[in-house]
Design a protein around this ligand. Structure first.
Ligand code: NAP
Length: 266
């Protein structure tokens, strides 16, 4: 049996086990997906232990995504993003990847967004904002990054090809001519709030939220009200998992089965 898992703390409410196990069942693989919650100072031992025990692959979540970067052979994209969310133990040495970027791109493409040449506004410059910004820019979009702490947006924009950095007060101007708007902040999770003023939205936008709990955020309600296309946070969550399954197994992931397993729990 192949063992895959999730390294994070806490991981008790993770949706990854049912989503990944739905994939293994659909593909007929003898594999299970378990959660591991090591202390932060035990992260090195956890990775060594997983390798020694023959664990096939690990996802990595808060607070270890950055810690793991220097513990594995991280690929170029993960290094630029500054975070690893997927470790593959299939080779001679564990390799580190970031599937959040590709997950966001596949979520958008699934909703008919042509990313190459698009004008995209990414709100947020933390882990999700970094992954989404690099992913979009690498795929040919022009990226404007707006963040509460404006200096962080400028710092990130200096790293992302062709990007510009802004404060949240520039959102109305930035969005007027944009094709895509993405919330990569945590706003909307704890309270019925949005980082993007409703009046800055318009019907020609595709609006994606990285927040997936709740699934229908205030931002997405505001987007629907002006006739914009909404992409909820479960799509990015789904596709980062799809990318991990494909990386680990070399097979096409059963997207519909994974999506059904995920959405039945949201
Ligand atoms: P993070 O690294 O802690 O970054 C948080 C971001 O939110 C920062 O840009 C921060 O701005 C901003 N922020 C926080 N509170 C704010 C407020 N009250 N007003 C305006 N901006 C605020 O977190 P993360 O890992 O990027 O995660 C962000 C969200 O994305 C979370 O909800 C997470 O669950 C979600 N996420 C979803 C997926 C998915 O697959 N769907 C994947 C990854 C993350 P400052 O720099 O000013 O603090």
């Amino acid at each position: 049996m192949d063992v895959y898992g999730l390294l994070g703390n806490p991981v008790g409410h993770s949706l990854s086990p049912p989503m990944h196990e739905a994939a293994y069942d659909e593909l007929g693989l003898d594999a299970r997906y378990v959660t591991f919650e090591p202390d932060r100072d035990a992260i090195d031992a956890a990775i060594d232990g997983a390798e020694a025990l023959g664990v096939a692959g690990l996802n990595v979540t808060i607070p270890f995504k950055r810690d793991v970067l220097d513990r594995v052979a991280a690929d170029d994209l993960a290094r630029r993003i500054g975070a690893v969310n997927t470790i593959d133990f299939g080779g001679e040495t564990p390799t580190g990847h970031n599937t959040d970027a590709a997950g966001a791109l596949r979520a958008l493409r699934d909703h008919d967004v042509a990313i190459d040449g698009a004008d995209a506004v990414v709100v947020g410059a933390g882990g999700a904002g970094r992954a989404i910004s690099f992913g979009l820019a690498d795929a040919g979009a022009t990226v404007a990054i707006a963040n509460r702490t404006e200096s962080t947006a400028h710092d990130l924009a200096a790293e992302v090809p062709g990007a510009t950095g802004h404060g949240l007060d520039s959102l109305a101007t930035l969005l007027a001519d944009a094709d895509v708007a993405i919330n990569a902040t945590s706003v909307g999770m704890e309270e019925d709030a949005t980082p993007i003023p409703a009046e800055a939205l318009h019907g020609d936008l595709v609006v994606m939220d990285a927040v997936y709990r709740p699934l229908e955020t205030r931002l997405l309600r505001d987007a629907a009200a002006v006739g914009a296309t909404s992409v909820d946070g479960a799509w990015m969550l789904l596709y980062q998992g799809v990318e991990a399954v494909e990386l680990w197994t070399g097979l096409d992931a059963p997207v519909d089965a994974m999506n059904a397993a995920l959405r039945s729990r949201l």
